[in-house]
Ligand binder design. Structure first.
Ligand SMILES: Cc1ncc(COP(=O)(O)O)c(C=O)c1O
Length: 457
């Protein structure tokens, strides 16, 4: 008999978590204005808000932290991180930042001007925020397949090359770069194929447009290339990663994901002038260029995390856990963005809460229901997150309305996945009775989903 699959690690340290009653959760959610970002972590049983900064570090990462060099300038920890990034991404110039959005802030301060157009395969909200706050425009060029959650295609994060070419052609001199996000978080943690990465870079370069890769989940993307794309089965994750970046001009990285650290990020580039330009913004925003917002010990942990999370076993354990949860949802017929994403399951809230009008935010409503059901905190990646159009100030209802259950790396067991699946099934079973959603009481002008105050309709 074939042995079943099991994790490629064992547990050394545990953190207790606590269940609550439905009455407690009703009260807490009301106090949080029906926005799960406003809950206290101790009011949550299983936390699927994000996979960002929530992973469990390895014994080697903790050991590396003890060797952190906290020198203000030229710390050994910086050089260790620099050489690790250079080896994995193949780019010579590195600027550490305290997280992904800080990398965007530093690099975009140098690159983005008012009136610019920046195409991308579904910019993440902070990426879009950093573009729009500079009075530039982010245009989505994700492939159309991504919009149909029930379509099972291997690389749903891909760029639509024709759409991209049209935008570049129509806006000569106005496109300072394009953003290629791997994996494509916004459409469901869906990967981009190597073929598509190469075609995107070739097209952009033909028009003199550089490519910046938003790399938060680059290792998971490399795993999908290895397991799904012809010709890559025998390559290592590190070989695939190097090939993914071979044609790119720069990368911004939220290291809190595939770096498996609680805080950290960086910019990598092969363009010396970009490095010199971005450095000028790193110093006032983040700090001196050999620490840029990170402690020496954190840079050590990140160097180690990048190395071990670009090994196949680590990624296989992680992605198979997400697939396990997906299979449980299949048993109950719950619709999600297919196939399962790398870091999360994205439930199609529009297809679950069919009686809740879009003006009452179905995915946000489903997020509240899941929390009330079992103390599980997921995250809305839908109409609330989409913000308003910066010009018309209308809600943007054009995209998908998803409930994201992000799985932290190396944190929960498959027993937790079972609890999540059954809790969602219980909500799903009473979906016909859920006929109203939530409405906005107060919202911030940008990135409203973090702080929005809602009330039940
Ligand atoms: C694709 C992508 N880009 C950028 C970011 C921003 O990174 P950070 O949260 O570290 O600022 C995120 C974070 O969730 C992300 O998923």
């Amino acid at each position: 008999m074939e042995l079943p699959f099991a994790e490629s690690w064992k547990i050394k340290m545990i953190e207790p978590i606590r269940k609550s009653t439905r009455e407690e959760r009703e009260q807490w959610l009301k106090e949080a204005h029906y926005n799960v970002f406003q809950l206290k972590a101790e009011q949550v049983y299983i936390d699927l808000l994000t996979d960002s900064g929530t992973g469990a570090m390895s014994q080697e990462q903790w050991a590396a932290m003890m060797l952190g060099d906290e020198s203000y300038a030229g710390a050994t920890s910086f050089y260790k991180l620099q050489s690790t990034i250079q080896r994995i991404f193949g780019m010579p110039y590195i600027i550490p930042t305290h997280q992904g959005r800080a990398a965007e802030n530093v690099l975009f301060s140098y690159l983005v001007k008012e009136g610019d157009i920046i195409p991308g395969n579904a910019h993440f909200d902070t990426t879009k925020g950093h573009i729009e706050s500079r009075k530039a425009k982010a245009i989505d060029v994700t492939c159309d397949e991504a919009k149909d959650t029930q379509l099972e295609v291997p690389f749903k994060g891909n760029v639509n090359i024709e759409k991209l070419e049209k935008i570049i052609k129509e806006n000569p001199g106005k496109v300072p770069f394009m953003v290629l996000t791997v994996t494509n978080n916004t459409v469901g943690g869906q990967p981009v194929s190597m073929k598509n990465i190469k075609e995107t870079c070739a097209l952009c370069h033909r028009y003199g447009v550089p490519v910046v890769m938003d790399s938060a989940r680059f290792a998971e993307n490399a795993y999908f290339i290895k397991t799904r794309e012809e010709g890559y089965a025998d390559k290592t994750i590190k070989e695939i990663a190097l090939e993914m970046y071979a044609d790119a001009d720069a990368a911004t990285m939220s290291a809190k994901k595939d770096g498996v650290v609680n805080m950290g990020g960086f910019i990598a580039t092969r363009r010396e002038e970009w490095y010199e330009g971005a450095k000028l913004f790193c110093i006032p925003f983040e700090g001196y260029v050999t620490y840029g917002g990170m402690n020496g010990r954190d840079m050590n942990a990140l160097a180690q995390g990048l190395d071990e999370n670009t090994e196949f076993d680590m990624l296989e354990t992680r992605i198979r856990q997400v697939e396990y949860l997906a299979k449980r949802l299949d048993e109950f017929g719950i619709p999600y963005q297919r196939p399962a994403g790398g870091h999360a399951i994205f439930v199609d809230a529009d297809k679950v809460l069919t009686h809740v009008p879009k003006e009452q935010f179905p995915a946000q409503t489903l997020t509240c229901e899941l929390y009330l059901e079992a103390g599980i905190r997921a995250c809305e990646i839908g109409y609330m997150l989409a913000d308003r159009d910066p010009v018309t100030r209308e809600n943007r209802f054009g995209g998908l309305d998803l409930l994201r259950m992000a799985i932290p790396r190396r944190v929960y067991t498959n027993n937790h996945m079972d609890v999540i699946a059954v809790a969602l099934k219980n909500v799903y079973d009473r979906r016909e009775q859920i006929t109203t959603g939530v409405e906005i009481e107060w919202e911030a002008p940008l990135m409203r989903h973090f702080t929005v105050k809602l009330r039940r309709v």
